[in-house]
Design a protein around this ligand. Structure first.
Ligand code: GLU
Length: 529
């Protein structure tokens, strides 16, 4: 420890006296009154304006761990990097929570006793904590300029040493009050650094909920706690203060934070606070089409990295979550096949099962989840979801479906009456509409390549009665085939192509029933020409 600073000097450095003591903060944000085993988790994104599928994966894990243990799920916005902030980014995060049904119990849009949940509004809390560290000598003001730090870096590199502000390179770590005042009088604004007492020759054991205990060299870097440019905390300090005073029990975050774990244990230990249980989740990867190698999903190159894309294409949100759940807790698929009452919302995640590396996110696999999910939906649900999607994401479809909602429902009902043989050709809402597009006159394109047997079509029209049952309807086709010396299937194919423009469709009788007499006859006549 170094010599602590006086209250006056701390006030001058921070621009104001601390609003609270740590003791008062402990009272303001008391330990939560929850049953044993209840987990308090948080999803803590930075508002970058982009929701990565890996973020949704973390959100799901956090949501479920809290939910299944009757705990609390918080949404905290980590907006301390003001340079990276994008307008509308918080709304995007909230919108994702709403659309995927992962609503937080506490957070920016909710009430809660442990807020504010926007880090930029917590400055007083960070400053109150750092003031005590300054008073106790565990932190100090550092006036190094970026040029000086660059010079230090260069020298360290030349000497083959690890770069950073540590030991004798931390030139300001032992400044006395007078020297500090001189800098302040010069108009310099310091950052506040940790006075690290760690020794990298020694090991610190850090526990990760999924990985077990990991030994790291102790941290000796005097990392920045409060930045000089805006007085806001760094990630490390905000994590310490927020997760302590929000009483987080489980920190689920990306594996990119694993190297910072010894620092975080050091910080909690220094404060005398119990650290949370950490789980560092693996990145979501794909097999690169060109190299055949597994790599991280890239925000810039892979459309499947973007949650917005999934919503835009109309992937069922529950199917996306089911697949992510199966990645997070691999027994889900098996359990669901065995027990149809198992679902996304009642299947618990086990921390120990969360994969530590190499989690593959494969679009083909997602398609499977989606087909199964849509196959099991009720017709009302399915129709409602598709209409909802069109209203929000597709003005074209919205216009077409408008005032044809019952028609759409009948279209989607085709081949859905036998629960054992539900059609599995629907994958996304967009693709479902494209799949049934020929039902809509505005979109129907007659097949001009097909060589129609006009006599068969004429004969069919003359005997066509929409009220015929399927047997009578079929017998009429057989009669036409016999009369013209054709195969039954050929007549059916002529009708199919004339009515739908396609050679491959679901049950033709049902299609005609849904289309109704006039539409069928019109299309047949069009094919006859
Ligand atoms: N804002 C950090 C990130 O987006 C949060 C990490 C954490 O969950 O602690 O990576």
């Amino acid at each position: 420890m170094r010599q602590g600073l006086s209250a006056d000097l701390i006030k001058r450095i921070l621009g104001a006296s601390p609003k609270w003591t740590i003791m008062q903060l402990e009272e303001k944000f008391p330990p939560r009154n929850l049953a044993d085993g209840a987990m308090v988790t948080r999803f803590a994104p930075s508002p970058t304006g982009f929701m990565h599928i890996g973020g949704l994966y973390q959100m799901l894990i956090n949501y479920k761990l809290a939910n299944q243990s009757n705990g609390v799920f918080m949404l905290r916005i980590e907006d301390t990097d003001t340079k990276r902030e994008v307008t509308g980014a918080v709304e995007l995060i909230l919108d994702t929570a709403v659309k995927f049904g992962l609503m937080p119990n506490e957070g920016v849009s909710e009430t809660g006793n442990y807020g504010p949940y926007l880090q930029s509004q917590r400055k007083d809390i960070y400053h109150s904590v750092v003031a005590e560290l300054l008073a106790g000598g565990a932190a100090y003001p550092c006036f190094l300029t970026s040029d000086e730090m660059e010079e230090i870096r260069e020298n360290q590199k030349l000497a083959g040493l690890p770069t950073g502000i540590y030991g004798e390179w931390a030139r300001n770590r032992n400044l006395g009050e007078e020297e500090i005042i001189k800098h302040l009088n010069n108009g310099e604004i310091p950052s506040i650094r940790l006075y690290s007492t760690g020794n990298p020759d020694q090991k610190i054991f850090c526990k990760d909920g999924a990985r077990g205990s990991i030994a790291f060299p102790e941290n000796n870097e005097d990392i920045v706690l409060i930045k000089s440019n805006d007085g806001l905390p760094t990630y490390h300090f905000a994590h310490l203060v927020d997760d302590h005073f929000m009483r987080t029990t489980n920190v689920i975050r990306g594996e990119e934070w694993l190297p910072s774990l010894p620092l975080h244990f050091q910080l909690f230990r220094m404060m005398g606070w119990a650290p949370p249980v950490y789980v560092h989740t693996s990145t979501l990867d794909k097999i690169d089409a060109e190299t055949g190698k597994q790599r991280k999903l890239s925000k810039r190159h892979d459309p499947e990295a973007s949650v917005a894309n999934f919503l835009e294409y109309g992937w069922p949100t529950d199917a996306v979550l089911e697949y992510l759940l199966n990645i997070a807790s691999s027994g889900y698929e098996e359990e669901k096949t065995k027990n149809p009452n198992t679902n996304l919302w009642n299947y618990p995640i086990k921390i120990k099962k969360i994969p530590m590396s190499g989690a593959l996110f494969d679009m083909k696999k997602l398609e499977w989840w989606s087909r199964e999910f849509i196959g099991a939906m009720s017709i009302d649900d399915l129709t409602g979801k598709i209409i909802g999607w069109a209203k929000e994401y597709s003005p074209e479809w919205k216009k077409i479906i408008h005032s044809h909602e019952d028609y759409l429902k009948s279209i989607l009902s085709i081949e859905r009456d036998n629960p054992k043989r539900i059609r599995k050709d629907f994958v996304t809402w967009k693709q479902t509409l494209e799949e049934v597009l020929y039902f809509f006159d505005e979109l129907f394109i007659s097949n001009t390549d097909f060589d129609f047997n006009k006599s068969a079509l004429i004969a069919f029209i003359s005997g066509f009665d929409i009220s015929d049952g399927k047997d009578i309807w079929w017998n009429k086709i057989v009669e036409i085939a016999n009369g013209l010396g054709l195969k039954n299937g050929d007549v059916a194919m002529n009708l199919r192509v004339a009515v739908t423009g396609r050679t491959n469709t679901p049950d033709l009788y049902s299609i005609m029933q849904v289309m109704g007499h006039d539409r069928v006859v019109n299309r047949l006549q069009k094919a006859i020409g």
